[in-house]
Design a protein around this ligand. Structure first.
Ligand SMILES: NC(=O)c1ccc[n+]([C@@H]2O[C@H](COP(=O)([O-])OP(=O)(O)OC[C@H]3O[C@@H](n4cnc5c(N)ncnc54)[C@H](O)[C@@H]3O)[C@@H](O)[C@H]2O)c1
Length: 405
């Protein structure tokens, strides 16, 4: 059992971000308590095991649990710093759901004392940190201006989290300059990247801006792909040529945009600033529309095949993940396109995802077998093995991700 007065930091939320951060801070000599409301998560971690997939995390957690630097619990304890790393999904109306941030904040409020640091890492709408500061002061008025409150977004890449936690630059914004300074001092204990000071609103907006910037740039490429299709131009060749310009760098089009960050975070700006966020909103809509456009193309091609051949085609949907070479299907446009083809066409549909072995809804087919059996091949995700499939000219190929560029 960690001695109460010795805890350097409490991390609220032990998921894809909270657990690696807690374990990494512990490995740098901090005494850390990781808190999660899910008791199974807590028990797993206290056994020195992990419940998520992330390279090198298993060894790290085992090491810091065995050394006693990290302990997990379902409730916080008295510490010197508290970090909120809980989910921030969006609701039906695309508004951010900050109820997890609020409930984690409420859980730590009874433990706060003068001089403590309170940091939100969860991706959050602008002004969330100030709202949580107001909540803390309402419940504990004696702590007004006596604790340090800041926002520090996370920008690690799943699959490379442990390295990036140490080496990425961080943006740190306090509700006042003293809070920024205090938070910077804390992160300097385990982050080697540069720590950039700012204020809380700018730091919150910075995270949303990073993901919106990607979304807008991908929307431009996706819009080009639909224009080029109409104009009879190979979009991949066009973009490669345009990028020969020394100051042009267009991204690649695809079957849409997915994942739990880029397809979600721009809505946090749009829902709060609907009048101003015109391009961000249109880009989100363009990227969502691209998935429908792809689905429509496949469904229409299958219908034409049936009319011409007097039989229903076999359609291979190549890929389900939200981007190449991962097994993550969250908010995936490929999964959405596949589900539309399954429900709206008469074709026999072969579902392919080489990065997962089974799926609870779909019967998966091996990718080479699916290609060989298909009349129509819809390339939905640019997974590496797909590039090795020799083109068979007897098949109709719909290339939405540049496999045949
Ligand atoms: N995963 C990523 O790649 C990534 C990257 C950058 C930012 N983020 C942001 O980081 C935040 C956390 O994301 P994640 O992927 O780690 O989420 P996650 O779903 O993997 O984990 C969140 C954990 O928080 C726990 N939890 C929920 N309410 C709690 C509470 N009140 N107290 C304690 N624990 C609680 C859940 O049980 C869960 O284990 C989100 O805001 C996300 O947008 C994620």
């Amino acid at each position: 059992m960690i001695q109460k007065q010795n805890i350097d930091a409490v991390f609220m939320g032990l998921g894809y971000i909270g657990l690696p951060t807690a374990a990494f801070a512990a490995s740098k000599g901090l005494t850390v308590l990781g808190v999660d409301v899910n008791p199974t998560v807590v028990e797993t971690i206290n056994r020195g095991e992990i419940h998520i997939v992330e390279p090198h995390l298993g060894e790290l957690v085992k090491k810091v649990i065995e050394s006693g630097q990290l302990k997990a619990a379902v409730k916080p304890q008295i510490a010197n710093a508290y970090f909120i790393v809980v989910p921030t999904p969006f609701k039906q109306n695309h508004r951010a759901d900050i109820s997890y941030v609020e409930s984690a904040t409420r859980m730590v409020i009874p433990y706060l004392k003068a001089g403590d640091l309170f940091v939100i890492e969860s991706t959050s709408p602008v002004m969330t940190t100030e709202k949580m500061a107001a909540l803390i002061w309402k419940e504990r008025p004696e702590l007004k201006d006596k604790i340090y409150i800041a926002y520090c977004p996370e920008r690690v890449l799943p699959g490379n989290v442990i390295y990036e936690l140490e080496h990425n630059d961080r943006v740190i914004g306090g509700i006042n300059p003293e809070s920024t300074q205090k938070a910077i001092e804390f992160y300097a204990r385990f982050v080697k990247g540069t720590l950039h000071p700012t204020n809380a609103r700018t730091a919150e907006m910075c995270k949303l801006t990073e993901n919106s910037s990607r979304d807008v740039q991908i929307a431009f490429a996706n819009e080009l792909s639909m224009i080029c299709d109409k104009a009879g131009i190979n979009v991949w060749e066009l973009i490669a040529l345009a990028n020969k310009h020394p100051r042009v760098n267009i991204l690649q089009p695809g079957s849409g945009v997915g994942g739990h960050c880029i397809a979600v975070d721009p809505w946090f700006i749009v829902s709060d600033y609907p009048e101003q966020a015109q391009i961000i909103k249109r880009s989100r809509e363009t990227n969502d529309y691209k998935a429908d456009w792809c689905a429509n193309r496949v469904i229409e091609t299958a219908r034409q095949f049936e009319t011409a051949n007097g039989r229903e085609p076999v359609v291979a949907c190549m890929g389900l993940a939200f981007k190449p070479d991962i097994d993550d299907l969250r908010e995936s446009p490929a999964k959405y396109i596949t589900s539309r083809i399954l429900s709206e066409s008469n074709a026999e549909v072969l579902v392919v995802e080489p990065n997962i072995s089974e799926h609870k809804t779909y019967n998966l087919t091996e990718y080479r077998e699916a290609y060989q059996k298909a009349d129509i091949v819809a390339w939905l995700v640019g997974h590496k093995p797909f590039y090795d499939i020799q083109k068979d000219n007897s098949k109709i190929e719909l290339d939405f991700c540049g496999i045949r560029k």
